[in-house]
Design a protein around this ligand. Structure first.
Ligand code: CIR
Length: 260
């Protein structure tokens, strides 16, 4: 039986452009190097393709420095896709630029029309529910609007909290299989994963939490050897992808694709 929360036939990505140097960041830890980021991005796309999935690779959007982080523009589910409404004003226009691609691939497209805000990075879809973390980017009105759409499609939405100071809910967690979550200890301590099997990132390797399960692989940021070893020992086929440049903009593995 297939599991639509991690078995996918398609992904959509967008190459970073020159304007990536102007991307949003919580803290300035250096300017991203586009050449290095492009190499990392190519490795990421190649790994998705290696699973047999078809990847739609969109061109850079120079007017939107953060447009490489396509995950925040939409929630893609088997029954349809929902266009998000980012809480970051500089990112709002990215949604209209993603919409035509999704309209060509989906019959049922809904949208968050506002006034609330919600970003894809705050949404973790598991086999049994859709977890949505309230954050600085995702507010109560955005979550409420999403709930109406998901009720209509018979998905269960559960609202949770993104830890303070953490950009997105999925900055701190990812789905590893139908029943297993990779999480930082600080997020798991909130109790939001009760009933799931949880694997913790190693201490000091919290930035490894933003991984993705994509078909047979777990893609995780390179440079977190203890967490990678734990996952391998648990039986996962881990692929480590360079993430040094995206990390300067608070981005990780999930942000770089829409998967469905
Ligand atoms: C931002 O602050 O919006 C971008 N610099 C990073 C977005 C990362 N997206 C994600 O985790 N889904």
């Amino acid at each position: 039986m297939t599991n639509p929360s991690y078995e996918f036939t398609r992904a959509v990505t967008r190459r970073p452009g020159q304007s990536i140097t102007g991307g949003l960041r919580a803290e300035d830890i250096g300017t991203p190097d586009l050449t290095v980021m492009l190499a990392h991005h190519a490795a990421y796309v190649a790994t998705l393709k290696q699973t047999g999935a078809e990847v739609t690779e969109l061109p850079p959007l120079e007017d939107y420095p953060d447009a490489v982080f396509v995950e925040d523009t939409a929630l893609c589910l088997p029954k349809g896709a929902i266009l998000m409404r980012p809480g970051a004003p500089s990112r709002m226009g990215e949604v209209a630029r993603m919409a035509p691609t999704l309209r060509a691939l989906y019959d049922d497209i809904r949208e968050i029309s506002g006034p609330g805000h919600i970003e894809g990075g705050d949404i973790l879809t598991t086999a049994r529910e859709v977890l949505v973390g309230r954050s600085a980017r995702t507010d109560a009105a955005g979550v409420a609007e999403l709930k109406v759409i998901l009720d209509d499609w018979d998905y269960t939405l559960r609202e949770v909290e993104t830890p303070p100071g953490v950009l997105h809910f999925k900055t701190d967690c990812s789905l590893l299989d139908g029943d297993t979550i990779l999480s930082t200890r600080r997020l798991d301590a909130s109790g939001c994963f009760k009933g799931y099997r949880v694997i913790h990132t190693a201490d000091g390797e919290e930035a490894a939490a933003n991984a993705i399960r994509f078909n047979q692989f777990v893609l995780m940021a390179a440079g977190f050897p203890k967490t990678a070893e734990t996952l391998r020992k648990s039986g996962f086929d881990v692929r480590e992808i360079g993430n040094s440049e995206c990390a300067k903009l608070d981005g990780g593995m999930s942000c770089l694709s829409l998967r469905f």
